[in-house]
Design a protein around this ligand. Structure first.
Ligand SMILES: [Zn+2]
Ligand SMILES: [Zn+2]
Length: 167
């Protein structure tokens, strides 16, 4: 999504909505398979030399559950706020300098989504995950190895505790 700087500065204000593809997010976040088209609505105002952009971002994220690896989807909505400047001396970490004739909002849109996205997504809050021994999905069925994998560890822990020398 891009803003044409010259006509925007003449007008002083711009309201726009667009559907954009942001494919880099799925490539960068392990448990994100893909994002549907991202619906972006923005309002930009020019307060010389600042360009203030506010808006909303809506999409649907296709995740893989980080515990049971099941695919599921969840809507994502977040706000968008970004400052740009046409004056290089005013630019800093939060205010991006606009060098050319257009502003590409893509990096800032991606950053807003990164902040809102679920980095350890769960298909449901109480997802039981996969059995570490046989790989069975515990949301769907139980398995015999369950108790066998838990008990020996508890036994070992008890052993360690009782072996602690008391001085
Ligand atoms: Zn799950
Ligand atoms: Zn099992």
């Amino acid at each position: 999504m891009k803003i044409d700087v010259k006509p925007f500065i003449r007008e002083g204000e711009l309201i726009r909505e667009d559907d954009v593809r942001l494919n880099r997010i799925a490539a960068a976040v392990v448990d994100v398979e893909s994002l549907e088209d991202v619906h972006v609505e923005i309002k930009a105002t020019y307060q010389e030399p600042l360009i203030v952009v506010d808006g909303t971002i809506d999409t649907v994220v296709h995740y893989t559950c980080s515990r049971c690896l099941t695919a599921f989807s969840r809507p994502l909505s977040t706000d968008f706020h970004q400052l740009y400047t046409t004056d290089a001396n005013r630019a800093d970490d939060d205010i991006r300098w606009v060098e050319g004739d257009e502003i590409d909002l893509t990096p800032e849109l991606e950053e807003s989504i990164f902040l809102a996205i679920d980095e350890r997504p769960l298909c449901r809050e109480d997802c039981l995950g996969l059995c570490p021994s046989c790989g069975v999905n515990h949301n769907e069925s139980t398995c015999a190895c369950e108790t066998e994998t838990v008990d020996p560890r508890l036994e070992a822990l008890r052993g360690l505790l009782s072996d602690t020398p008391s001085e």
